[in-house]
Design a protein around this ligand. Structure first.
Ligand code: MN
Length: 258
């Protein structure tokens, strides 16, 4: 099996090395990742400059690897890898392990999820892995074992080509993760603020590091992750709201003006 590993935290991120190492014996692994951190790049692609791809050696020991760094966005990396860099397209694309959760509406901002979505848009099954963190650190060694454990279970059956499997690891407190929850994506809004940065002349607004989600009544990826479960959410590329099709079709559209 040919596996492409990508991320949005950049080629030097420990989460990328952790993900690569945990699947090193699963197949033939190629790493293509952005040369700089690209968190919150969403599904952006680069049109302003030609993409440069460079072979690089990262780290050493069991987590060391040779990969390709690209001066673009996460989605660029998957597009370029699938179309140009790999001799034949991969059978599976893995993205992560992101330093920070990607649940709820944050999947729209996430470059980690976007890389996996890009793979599915190419017809390749994909899994996005993210780990909730506090204080800027995560136990990536343990996260990597958990990601492999999840992946083994996903790969035991046929992988769908039309969905991204979005996997989030909770905080690794004692006794956590409690288990696995397959759950829906929360659509609750983000409760965050822009703060005036007084160190910058003029009115400079910086998004604060801390944020929350507005509460929801039912269980979602946001609530299950907070409760200590590994969350698994299938995401699809089709954003069409089927329930709103009929309502819009009922509008007497008539003929467009000349
Ligand atoms: Mn990130």
């Amino acid at each position: 099996m040919k596996i492409l590993v990508c991320n949005d935290d950049g080629i030097l991120a420990p989460g990328l090395a952790a993900l690569r190492s945990c699947v090193a014996d699963v197949g033939d692994v190629t790493v293509v990742a952005p040369d700089t951190p690209q968190s919150a790049a969403g599904h952006a692609i680069t049109l302003t400059h030609p993409l440069t791809a460079q072979h690089v050696k990262v780290g050493e020991g069991a987590w060391g690897f040779g990969g390709i760094s690209v001066d673009g966005r996460p989605a660029d990396c998957v597009r370029l890898a699938v179309r140009n860099l790999m001799e034949t397209p991969p059978d599976l694309v893995l993205s992560g392990i992101n330093a920070g959760a990607n649940v709820g509406v944050n999947v729209f901002y996430s470059g980690t999820v976007a890389a996996a979505v890009e793979a599915v848009m190419c017809g390749i099954p994909a899994v996005a892995f993210s780990a909730k963190m506090t204080g800027g650190t995560a136990d990536f060694a343990r996260c990597s074992r958990l990601c492999r454990w999840v992946l083994d279970r996903l790969l035991a059956g046929p992988m769908s080509r039309d969905v991204v499997i979005n996997v989030n690891i909770p905080l690794l407190k004692e006794g956590w993760p409690i288990g696995v929850r397959v759950c829906v994506q929360s659509t609750a809004g983000l409760d965050d603020r822009y703060e005036l940065d007084v160190n910058i002349p003029g009115r400079a607004y910086r998004l604060s590091d801390t944020y929350g989600f507005f509460p929801t009544e039912h269980e979602t990826d946001v609530t299950a992750l907070d409760e200590g479960f590994i969350t698994i959410t299938p995401l699809h590329v089709d954003l069409t709201s089927r329930t709103n099709m009929a309502k819009l079709e009922e509008i007497p559209w008539g003929a467009p003006p000349a």
